[in-house]
Design a protein around this ligand. Structure first.
Ligand SMILES: Cc1cc2nc3c(=O)[nH]c(=O)nc-3n(C[C@H](O)[C@H](O)[C@H](O)COP(=O)(O)O)c2cc1C
Length: 294
């Protein structure tokens, strides 16, 4: 039995996704023997933040809406990244280092720092740009054609300055995943991470916007995302892609199996932590250790 992303061996197919998880929680996931953890998402500047609340649970469901923000730069986090990579490797856990930049030339700094820190995979995650987290209006990036073009420019820079595998975390706004993936592969990406939260999402409570972002927009995660994300995993895998991380709404072992049978090589979890806590994560890892790869 072996779980692999590219040629990178994983203890099991579970990957902790990037987000607002605190550093202590990431270390706990490593102690549980998770397949991989994602650190971040970071940028060269802490791009945007806003007051709490950051998370809203949709009533009667395991669905959430979160308000985006990039709260740390990878320069601030360099010490943590290095220490965590060393600790993870001592436990045979792999590390994905995730970042977002608007200007393609800035990808050079990020990937050099990640490679030097020993990260196993570098992940470009453009969704925060579409949410306006770069401090700039997303403007043209709301159009998926422009977003795909910008992403290919970042991959091109990243692959020319780094020898570690490059993952792209797909924004929900790119629905033609096969066409986009062909362009990303051509520039040097080798892992497709499907997908980030569904954007934009708006929550009103008593007629008032719940999040204090400019327009109150956020992204939807949790079980509501699973059917959409799984369909895209299937589209990519039917198109011949391998090394797919399937993410969105994984709460149980059955969800993991569903993604694997749709063509994913590994699966990302995030909202699970809000729904079932650390105990839920531990139990999913333990049950996944017994899964056999077809
Ligand atoms: C509170 C919160 C913060 C998030 N922040 C990030 C982030 O910083 N980077 C990222 O790539 N995805 C981020 N996400 C998206 C998740 O990593 C994941 O792609 C998405 O939530 C779908 O998976 P899930 O249903 O298991 O949560 C965040 C999600 C939540 C709920």
């Amino acid at each position: 039995m072996s779980w692999k992303l590219e040629e990178i061996e994983l203890l099991n197919p579970i990957v902790l996704c990037g987000g607002m998880l605190n550093d202590a929680l990431i270390l706990k996931a490593i102690d549980f023997g998770i397949g991989a953890v994602t650190l971040g998402t970071y940028s060269s500047n802490s791009l945007s933040s806003h007051p709490k609340p950051w998370l809203y649970k949709l009533k009667g469901s395991d669905c959430y809406v979160n308000s985006y923000g990039i709260r740390h730069s990878y320069f601030d986090k360099e010490g943590f990244i290095k220490k965590t990579v060393a600790y993870a490797h001592s436990k045979k856990v792999k590390v994905i280092c995730s970042y977002v930049e608007r200007e393609p030339e800035l990808s050079e700094k990020a990937v050099k720092l990640f490679e030097e820190a020993g990260c196993d995979i570098v992940e470009y995650n453009p969704t925060p740009l579409v949410m306006g987290c770069s401090g700039k209006d997303p403007g043209d990036l709301l159009d998926p054609v422009n977003l795909v073009k910008l992403t290919t420019e970042h991959i091109k820079v990243a692959s020319s300055f780094s020898s570690i595998p490059i993952s792209v975390k797909f924004p929900s706004t790119i629905s033609n995943v096969v066409r986009a993936w062909n362009q990303f592969v051509e520039r040097g990406a080798s892992i497709a991470h499907i997908m980030n939260a569904i954007i934009p999402a708006l929550v009103l409570v008593d007629g008032e916007k719940y999040f204090k972002t400019e327009r109150g927009f956020g992204g939807m995660s949790g079980e509501c995302v699973k059917p959409v994300s799984m369909a895209r995993v299937k589209m990519l895998s039917d198109g011949g892609a391998r090394n797919i991380i399937g993410t969105g709404g994984i709460m149980s072992l059955q969800d993991v199996q569903d993604y694997i049978s749709s063509g994913a090589s590994a699966v990302g979890v995030h909202s699970l932590i809000y729904s079932k806590g650390l105990a839920g994560l531990k139990s999913l890892i333990e049950s996944s250790n017994k899964l056999f790869r077809a």
